[in-house]
Design a protein around this ligand. Structure first.
Ligand code: ADP
Length: 638
């Protein structure tokens, strides 16, 4: 379509230029024709001037009185000598005098030709111009005539006697060759001038059309392109929504369906008057199994939402890389801890092969590097049923103090068919759904991975053997901060694991906690998850209530939601801190929010919150928070 437009506009330009060209040629042709007439007139005028000069120098009475007998007389010679002055003019061929006889015949009275002069009384070739001169008007031949002396154009100028009668005619002959030569040489220079003018005009027209019409055409093209882009973005958006609707409904469907089963089983068990242990256990087993499905679908939904958020932000160009120094060893260690747990769950071996000489201190966006590797390692585990998953880390120092890191993630899983490899990095594209329908996933992971790598100037490639396994190789350039090597990874991992306290179950029956959230069900979730810890939980459903309760009661910890009507969590938090003599003015306040986008944690910590937890919250994470921030004397580990 766009090409068509450009084509049409190019055609318009060509047509405008063609019209200009034709007009120019027509204008030049008419001008050349008119110039030819003018040049001809000018030549004829010059011929007449000579003839007039010659005739003007003669005595008309003397010329009129000449007869054949006067040839050679003094008066004859006087006239002859006067005309002889003009004979030597380089342009003319012959000069002679003519008189009209009584019978209308024109005859020579004097011929100044030195070689074959005509005799007095010889007849002169009749032309219209000569007849005009006989009537007293100067005239020039419009067409050449021929006689025994050659081919000529002649100019005729009458000589008058003292009575005003035509006493004779002075004729000057110019050869037809001279006349045509004069005409064509002057025409040539005129034509050349017009051609130059025409060329300049065409060039100017072309330049004008380029400078005025082209930008217009370009603008039209640009507008058209923008329109097409907007339309395709719109289509992509509709596509996206259609896909999303399907992807989101699937886990919700599972959650609602399975939850209904939980309710049915529970009501059935409750409805029985007496239930034996075996039936009760069977009912509980079913409920546990259904609840497991609900949990799984919930996790899927959460992963999907996270992927969609990431993906939309990447698509909208709203993800910036946050470069900062980080430890490569720690990053690999954390990854190892995460993958090992998942691999063990599926009885898979996890093999790590890290080049210990790689520099440990690098600078880059560790979060994004981690996200890329988590995606690949999770996929490797997800799509492998037996064998192993491995991560190889190597690198090459570049000249500009950067390290080109190479991560190779291999698995012995289901592999990818050659014809499917192109679809790998296409959004929502999940391969072989009939085989993988039980594997959770959104089809967005690899797209996000690829986009993140593009942002980091990295690269990804895939090798795979169907049914044997796959190898994903990723390269990412990262700045080197110091040359200290990563060393043995086993140490790095154990160092890392030592930093994490051993979170077992604990009880804190004397600890008092305030949960602030405008949504009751969210408060219920936290309170139920903390039930086993026996902490005393109070609830506040608004910022104002929270401030009042914190003023009056001494809390060991406060969980503060963010998005609440009237007063948000951050404002409530600051007011609690500012309350003079408030019982909980200095209590640790944990930001508990669904605002989980990148940078949210840093934002809330910068506000002064003691810690940050994102929703949906997990029991394990809640317990970890309590362990970390409750007064140690109130916590009893079990
Ligand atoms: P998903 O969330 O479905 O895993 P991804 O974008 O991460 O989405 O992957 C897209 C598809 O590529 C997957 O659905 C799967 O069919 C295929 N795939 C990805 N990694 C592997 C792997 N290691 N082995 C086999 N197939 C894979």
């Amino acid at each position: 379509m766009n090409d068509n437009r450009t084509h049409i506009f190019s055609k318009i330009i060509l047509m405008v230029e063609a019209i200009l060209l034709i007009t120019g040629i027509l204008f030049c042709s008419i001008s050349v024709y008119r110039a030819r007439i003018s040049i001809r007139r000018a030549i004829q005028q010059r011929m007449l001037d000579i003839a007039n000069c010659a005739s003007g120098s003669l005595d008309g009475d003397a010329l009129g009185a000449l007869s054949a007998d006067d040839v050679g007389s003094d008066s004859y010679n006087d006239i002859y000598n006067s005309l002889a002055v003009f004979r030597d003019n380089v342009e003319l061929e012959y000069i002679y005098s003519i008189k009209e006889e009584a019978d209308g015949q024109f005859v020579f009275t004097m011929d100044l030709d030195q070689e074959t002069p005509a005799a007095f009384g010889d007849s002169v070739k009749y032309t219209d111009a000569l007849a005009k001169a006989g009537n007293g008007t100067t005239a020039v031949d419009e067409v050449p005539y021929s006689d025994k002396w050659g081919e000529f154009y002649s100019a005729y100028s009458p000589v008058f006697d003292s009575k005003g009668n035509v006493a004779g005619i002075i004729a000057v002959d110019f050869s037809a060759d001279w006349f045509d030569g004069q005409l064509s040489s002057q025409m040539r220079s005129t034509v050349i001038s017009y051609v130059i003018i025409l060329l300049i005009a065409i060039l100017v027209a072309a330049a004008l059309s380029f400078s005025t019409v082209r930008p217009f055409v370009k603008m039209q093209g640009q507008l058209f392109e923008d329109k097409v882009r907007a339309e395709s973005a719109n289509m992509a958006k509709s596509d996206f929504l259609a896909n999303m609707s399907h992807e989101i409904r699937t886990p919700i469907n599972a959650m609602l369906g399975m939850n209904e089963m939980v309710l049915r089983e529970s009501r059935k068990a409750k409805g029985q008057d007496s239930i034996d242990d075996k039936s009760a256990k069977e009912a509980l087993d079913s409920i546990i199994s259904y609840a497991g499905y609900v949990e799984n679908a919930g996790h899927n939904l959460l992963a999907l939402v996270n992927d969609i958020l990431d993906f939309s932000k990447i698509e909208a160009g709203r993800i910036d890389l946050a470069e900062a120094p980080y430890s490569l060893g720690n990053l690999i260690g954390e990854l190892g801890n995460m993958v090992r747990v998942r691999a063990n769950d599926k009885d898979l071996e996890y093999i790590e092969d890290v080049d210990g000489s790689l520099p440990d201190n690098l600078c880059g966006d560790a979060l994004r590097v981690r996200q890329v590797l988590v995606n690949l390692l999770n996929n490797a585990v997800k799509y492998t049923d037996q064998g192993c998953v491995s991560l190889k880390v190597s690198g090459q120092k570049q000249e500009d103090d950067t390290l080109l890191l190479t991560f190779t993630v291999s698995d012995t899983g289901i592999g990818i068919r050659a014809q499917d490899r192109d679809k790998l990095f296409t959004r929502f594209e999940r391969l072989e759904m009939e085989r993988n329908s039980t594997v959770e996933g959104t089809g967005l992971g690899l797209v996000i991975t690829k986009r993140l790598l593009d942002m980091m100037n990295g690269n990804i490639s895939v090798q795979s053997e169907y049914r044997r396994g796959s190898i994903f190789t990723v390269t990412i350039p990262q700045k080197i901060v110091s040359d200290e090597p990563v060393g043995e990874m086993a140490e790095a991992v154990s160092d890392e694991s030592q930093q994490e306290p051993d979170y077992g179950k604990f009880r804190a029956p004397t600890a008092r906690v305030l949960v602030v959230d405008d949504t009751m069900v969210n408060i219920m979730v936290v309170m139920h998850l903390l039930k086993d810890t026996q902490v005393i939980c109070d609830k506040a459903t608004s910022g104002a209530d929270a401030i009042q309760m914190a003023k009056e009661t001494e809390y060991d910890l406060i969980f503060m939601d963010q998005r609440m009507p009237e007063m948000d969590g951050t404002e409530a938090f600051h007011k609690i801190r500012e309350t003079q003599g408030g019982a909980s003015s200095n209590a640790p306040v944990i930001c508990l929010t669904a605002d989980a986008v990148v940078g949210a944690r840093e934002k809330y910590l910068a506000e002064g919150f003691t810690d940050y937890l994102s929703k949906p919250v997990e029991g394990y994470a809640l317990e970890k928070m309590l362990m970390r921030h409750l007064p140690k004397e109130k916590v009893k580990t079990v």
